[in-house]
Design a protein. Structure first.
Length: 403
């Protein structure tokens, strides 16, 4: 919902905060939204304030998993959906700790990044065109015990000292639509960069699906950040914020393991399936570092079109890939796979499709099995140069012994 500044002032005042805690408790007990809403209104609350409380309560409930102080800070659903993951923001903030003078956090929203920067000891000026969001940011900074200065305005017009550092997180959604091209971001990335050409170091948050051939992507280091197995965000680093001459990098959050590419991607090497199937972490694949890893492991690609690797020897344990033991390679024919499964020991099965048109539902039907979760045996349907193959594999610890 669109919120006015005076409504935020009320929400972060004593009455609003007390009611927010109450509404959150009632929603935690599964009281229907409509009943809570009606009750608030019969107690004299106006319709907009009641809707605002429900929105903030829902945001608080959703934020709990990732924001340890969700019970104390105040968020709104639409702003939370756009906010940076706190662990990613904390990792990104590290690049700014040596910045001289204040860092300008442009498109600061409710402050996912500004708060992380301030907590890393950086002096922050947070800029956004949305005064209500900045008011929430100020409140949350006070709750956290950090200082963040705020300025309402268009980030393309904001004046700042030449040579200062800039962090920017332009909007990447329009309604429900995700904006893919940098020229469509809000504000467009080329306009943002043109207005801040003199910044000493710059980091711009991008979609993890960023097209590396996007004509508006500036020459710099594109970092892909992964939380758990999830590719979460990308950032393009420029000037002093770039890691030397790095072109791309992959970072695992929160522990911070990092791989860096400083030249063109290593050419892929293709080969027959070996004893092991190696799935590389998505951040490393997006940074086009998987063929580098393959070379280090003595592994090769199963297909030029896909990132799956295979090796004869068991690769050492690493956070950068997951290894499975290949039981058998079969043609892409459900009947053949079904016959093989009948002859094998009974294990839950999952299906993964790599670059094929294959419909997993049809495969489940033809195999005569219900879909099952990611434990036990996996059937990878892989597009290859000669058509495709079905790879059956199990978790590494079921393999017959060191390769
Ligand atoms: C992705 S959100 C920022 C999220 C923020 N980094 C966080 O973690 O909470 C994008 C923000 O850009 C702001 N914005 C979009 N266009 C703007 C412009 N031209 N000037 C200032 N702010 C703008 C929106 O109001 C929105 O809050």
């Amino acid at each position: 919902m669109d919120v006015e500044l005076d409504e935020i002032e009320w929400l972060i005042g004593p009455d609003g905060l007390a009611l927010l805690a109450e509404v959150t408790r009632r929603r935690d007990r599964d009281e229907p939204e409509l009943r809570v809403l009606e009750d608030l209104r019969t107690r004299g609350g106006d319709r907009r304030r009641a809707a605002l409380l429900l929105d903030a309560a829902e945001a608080r409930r959703r934020a709990r998993e990732r924001w340890p102080d969700a019970e104390r800070i105040v968020l709104l659903r639409s702003a939370l959906e756009q906010a940076s993951d706190p662990a990613v923001a904390a990792r990104r903030a590290r690049r700014f700790v040596d910045a001289a003078g204040p860092v300008y956090d442009l498109c600061a929203g409710i402050g996912g990044d500004s708060l992380a920067l301030a907590e890393a000891g950086v002096e922050v000026v947070a800029v956004d065109q949305d005064a209500a969001r900045l008011r929430l940011l100020e409140h949350n900074a006070r709750v956290r015990g950090v200082d963040v200065r705020t300025r309402v305005g268009d980030v393309r017009q904001i004046a700042r000292p030449a040579g200062s550092w800039v962090h920017a997180d332009p909007g990447r959604r329009q309604g429900d639509r995700r904006l893919r091209r940098l020229g469509e971001y809000q504000p467009p990335v080329p306009e943002l960069l043109a207005a801040h050409q003199d910044a000493h170091g710059v980091g711009v948050v991008l979609s993890p699906a960023v097209d590396l051939h996007d004509p508006d992507l500036p020459d710099g280091e594109v970092e892909f950040l992964q939380v758990g197995q999830q590719l979460t965000e990308a950032t393009v680093w420029l000037g002093a914020a770039r890691d030397g001459e790095a072109l791309a990098s992959a970072t695992l959050v929160p522990h911070g393991d990092r791989l860096v590419r400083r030249g063109p991607p290593v050419p892929p090497q293709l080969g027959d399936p070996g004893r092991y199937l190696v799935s590389v972490a998505p951040a490393a694949v997006r940074a086009r570092l998987h063929d580098d890893l393959a070379r280090q492991l003595g592994a090769r690609r199963l297909s030029l079109a896909r990132s799956l690797l295979t090796s004869d020897d068991r690769p050492p344990a690493s956070p950068w890939y997951r290894t499975r033991w290949i039981e058998v390679i079969l043609p892409l024919r459900p009947r053949v796979v079904k016959a093989w499964l009948r002859s094998a020991d009974e294990l839950p099965l999952e299906i993964a499709v790599h670059g094929l048109e294959a419909d997993p539902q049809r495969w489940w039907q033809e195999l005569g099995r219900p879909p099952r979760g990611p434990v036990g045996r996996r059937l990878d349907l892989v597009r290859t140069e000669s058509g495709g193959m079905a790879v059956l594999s199990t978790a590494e610890d079921r393999s017959p012994g060191p390769g």
